[in-house]
Write a protein that binds this ligand. Structure first.
Ligand code: GRG
Length: 301
């Protein structure tokens, strides 16, 4: 049924369902210290794009699985993503004052509370996957693979490793390979996880999981390069059209290494590769995954 909805409506429906599920997971009167509860939900409900939960659900539905069964994992990945943003904004890391248009978590609750809100979101994500998957009757071997993948893709060989490489790279990146490593782990890994986890909930074969992984790797890289491009174009609005020398002086990004036009072509190439990867999976209905790839290609914020 949902397949007939216009894409924007499909996304809105998923965001609404996700928000109600997250609200139910962190109810008023939840038996945890009040400040912790408030600081966790402050960032979780601050108006993110919900891209990763959308990917969990779209992958599950592409493979013929049910949205309701995918929801706990969709919530969990948004918790992990939100924890990473809270920690990334801390003074010891990026030292940002605003996130999702609102003061950052540590600006509102203080640094110690922000660290603990991130820690709590990370640990509660694992709890939610295991607990709710039981409720939906997802077989234990699938849950085990999802938990294993989340620890792998969010951990030292995944997102945390990418973050460390990024921090170390601030001393000066010298190659596109270094930048790709950072993008792959800091950004693509959680995107890959989301797609694979949606597929696992639906009971995909390993060949289909590989196809989702490859789709995620390509759209994740495209998403990050597009972010670099949008940063530069945002500066254009503020400072005038960027020239190659502006690109050179900016922080080290894709446009820095290969230029603005080649970066745009790279986003298009990666999107096409992503779509061809998904064709290899022979999914009953991959149309929403194609639409997501096109949507990310066209996004302007
Ligand atoms: C602190 C372990 C740790 C990791 C931090 C996510 C991250 C890694 C850093 C945030 C900075 C950044 C630009 C990361 C690249 C990934 C990315 C584009 C994140 C923002 O994701 P969106 O645009 O955010 O989906 P919303 O707010 O819409 O959810």
């Amino acid at each position: 049924m949902n397949n007939r909805l216009p894409f924007q409506q499909y996304m809105n429906d998923i965001c609404d369902r996700l928000d109600s599920e997250l609200t139910a997971l962190f109810p008023e009167g939840w038996k945890v210290p009040e400040t912790l509860h408030r600081s966790m939900t402050y960032s979780l409900m601050a108006g993110g794009k919900r891209l990763r939960p959308l990917l969990v659900i779209a992958a599950c539905e592409a493979a013929g699985g049910s949205r309701e069964a995918a929801l706990p994992v969709a919530c969990a990945v948004e918790m992990v993503h939100t924890y990473s943003l809270i920690h990334d904004d801390l003074p010891a890391m990026d030292d940002d004052d605003f996130r999702r248009g609102k003061p950052t978590n540590h600006k509102v609750f203080g640094e110690a509370a922000a660290i603990l809100a991130g820690d709590a979101l990370l640990t509660h994500a694992f709890y939610s996957i295991v607990q709710s998957s039981r409720k939906h009757g997802i077989p234990a071997d699938r849950v085990l693979s999802i938990v294993e993948d989340l620890a792998e893709y969010a951990g030292p060989r995944g997102m945390v490793g990418g973050q460390v490489a990024d921090m170390e790279g601030e001393q000066g990146l010298t190659s596109l390979e270094q930048l790709e490593y950072i993008h792959l782990h800091k950004t693509s890994d959680l995107i890959m996880f989301s797609l694979m986890a949606g597929g696992r909930v639906a009971g995909c074969s390993e060949a289909q999981i590989d196809s989702l992984r490859s789709f995620g790797k390509h759209i994740g890289l495209a998403f990050q390069i597009q972010d670099d491009i949008l940063d530069l174009i945002g500066d254009e609005a503020k400072l005038g059209k960027p020239t190659q020398s502006d690109v050179k002086q900016e922080k080290v990004t894709y446009p820095f290494f290969i230029g603005l036009e080649a970066s745009k072509r790279e986003v298009e190439r990666l999107t096409a590769e992503a779509k061809s990867a998904i064709s290899e999976g022979n999914f009953p209905d991959p149309s929403r995954l194609h639409e997501i790839a096109d949507f990310l290609l066209a996004r302007d914020h």
